[in-house]
Design a protein around this ligand. Structure first.
Ligand code: PLP
Length: 418
């Protein structure tokens, strides 16, 4: 659906769930005497042994700075770093490897575009279009840039199910819009947005589109050429890789036109006190020593995802979501927040009049990790007129047995909290 390249998504996991779980050492942990039930995967995913080992190996065997040394270790580290760039390129099917910019996460990738694209293309009176579903990371950078450039935000509204109102999107799309920046999947509601349609409609007016793929990259195959998306941002730690690394994909033609985001080593060609010139892509946007171990860890995380298979992951997570929705809706006091027809691996809910923190705390005492609060989507919480939600978010290593424990825990919380 999101990918026209069948070869990316046809692999299957040929191993049992116990074998898959054994790849993740943290899943053997106990919390307050209970086996850990980790249902906070939208905040960050757990890391398989292969990722941990790859980062350890870098520090133990070939730790060195990259791109600058002629010595053996530096070349080995540089090679590993650049292999990672190619792996990301393949994973999202980018046309050129220099369209892959390593950042420290989705947030930095969005800030980079907001700042650099803003300086190059945004003038007073222009607008940037986002949606009511956005994470703060896809609101604030645009707000900051708009303040700076004398521009303003347009916001696509949602319906009561938590889906974008596409007729409103059509009406808002006018000649003032310089960029549309929306999430692929909502981190709070799990809504999968109609991104292909958004891109096609925006492009019909020559407006570029940036996708925040922080909650999509680990669940669905993304083919940037098929989508024809202009910018895409995601984080390594949400796709079984380390924290401190993320990716900005950008079309070469746009990135080439945009000024550097940060200054420093690596991003320059020549430096003098009078005038400096800048390096070519991707280095123009990678100032300073990058997170080498984390980039290498991300490469191994992608290999791991490919070995499990995105098809398998999508199918398994849909089974888990369907099972969880079915079980949770049996609880009388429970109210779902967000019921989009198309959704990825997160479920948000409230239990009667109880505060989400109280439910979260009681679940925690039973070893069940869920997230409670506004999930960095305060405007969305205001629209639903709620202080926050309890969010259970799944990964392919979760089990129906863990969902049963969640359901039992929520029932217990409903009784205890009245
Ligand atoms: N966008 C979405 C939809 C997210 O869910 C998150 C993190 O939860 C972010 C952006 C920010 O990601 P990071 O903190 O890794 O930069």
């Amino acid at each position: 659906m999101f990918n026209d390249n069948d070869t990316l998504t046809t692999k299957k996991a040929h191993r049992g769930i116990d074998q898959i779980r054994a790849d993740f050492p943290i899943l053997q942990t106990t919390v307050y005497g209970h086996p850990l039930v980790y249902l906070d995967n939208a905040a960050t995913t757990q890391k398989p042994n292969v990722v941990l080992k790859a980062m350890d190996d870098y520090y133990k065997i070939y730790n060195s700075n990259i791109h600058r040394g002629v010595h053996y270790l530096s070349q080995k580290a540089t090679d590993a770093f650049e292999v990672a760039r190619r792996r990301v390129q393949e994973y999202i099917n980018a046309k050129h490897e220099h369209e892959i910019i390593f950042t420290k996460g989705t947030t930095e990738a969005i800030n980079l575009v907001a700042s650099s694209f803003g300086k190059r293309y945004v003038k007073p009176g222009d607008t940037i279009m986002i949606s009511e579903l956005e994470h703060h990371s896809n609101i604030i950078p645009w707000q900051l840039m708009c303040e700076d450039r004398g521009a303003s935000l347009k916001v696509i509204p949602i319906n009561e199910k938590g889906e974008l109102k596409m007729e409103a999107f059509d009406a808002l799309l006018d000649e003032t819009v310089k960029l549309v920046a929306v999430s692929f999947v909502s981190n709070t509601l799990g809504t999968v947005n109609p991104v292909k349609e958004i891109i096609e409609k925006a492009h019909a007016r020559n407006i570029p589109v940036m996708l925040d793929a922080a909650q999509a990259i680990q669940h669905v195959g993304i083919d940037v050429q098929f989508l024809d998306v202009d910018f895409l941002a995601f984080s390594g730690h949400k796709m079984y890789g380390p924290t401190g690394v993320g990716v900005l994909y950008g079309k070469e033609s746009l990135l080439n036109e945009m000024p550097p985001y940060q200054g420093g080593g690596e991003m320059i060609k020549t430096v003098s006190f009078e005038k400096s010139t800048y390096n070519v892509l991707p280095f123009k946007f990678e100032a300073g020593t990058p997170n080498v171990a984390e980039v290498i860890g991300l490469e191994v995380a992608i290999n791991y995802i490919n070995s499990i298979g995105l098809d398998f992951i999508r199918e398994r997570e849909q089974q888990l979501i369907t099972y969880a929705l079915g079980q949770l809706q049996e609880i009388d006091e429970l109210r779902f927040i967000g019921e989009a027809a198309e959704r990825a691996a997160s479920i948000s809910f409230l239990v009667g009049d109880t505060h989400p923190f109280d439910v979260g705390e009681l679940l925690d005492k039973q070893g069940i990790a869920v997230r409670t609060g506004h999930h960095c989507t305060e405007p969305l919480m205001n629209i639903f007129k709620i202080p926050g939600t309890v969010r259970a978010s799944f990964a392919f290593y979760n089990t129906e047995e863990e969902i049963d424990k969640l359901v039992k825990g929520v029932k217990k919380a409903a009784v205890l909290l009245g």
